[in-house]
Design a protein. Structure first.
Ligand SMILES: [Zn+2]
Ligand SMILES: [Zn+2]
Length: 131
């Protein structure tokens, strides 16, 4: 039954994404999901990711290279590593940033905030200290 297979593929994609905080791209997700659902195609993985993003269950991060995906949708800023391309979650309180921006820009309707930092991930930072 196609419906049942859809559900299983969708569940597998979401589970793989929830198992990591490395913000993988679709190619990596495809490799991992294949271990659970060997018959899945890369196209199905892309379509499933698109649907999950539209439903707000997954965030798509546009890094300049391949789109990266994040199953943790609570607002949190990211650091894009300029050396290896890693995407790292940052801990940072963002008090009323959205409300402030809305108050100062009454002509637009602000629905969300995404904050991205650039720098070095822990691995690259350690390497640059060591050299
Ligand atoms: Zn790095
Ligand atoms: Zn994240």
């Amino acid at each position: 039954m196609p419906m049942r297979r859809m559900t299983r593929q969708r569940k597998a994609v979401l589970e793989v994404l929830q198992s990591t905080r490395s913000h993988p791209d679709a190619a990596w997700i495809y490799q991992e999901v294949k271990k659970k659902v060997p018959s899945i195609s890369l196209g199905t993985v892309y379509r499933t990711l698109d649907a999950l993003v539209k439903e707000g269950r997954v965030l798509a991060l546009h890094t300049g290279g391949a789109t990266r995906y994040d199953a943790f949708t609570d607002p949190h800023p990211h650091l894009f590593c300029t050396s290896c391309g890693a995407v790292v979650d940052l801990t940072l309180e963002l008090p009323h940033l959205l409300e402030k921006a809305q108050a100062q820009n009454p002509g637009v309707e602000i629905t969300g905030v995404r904050l991205t930092f650039e720098g070095l991930c822990p691995r690259c930072a350690a390497q640059s200290l060591a050299s």
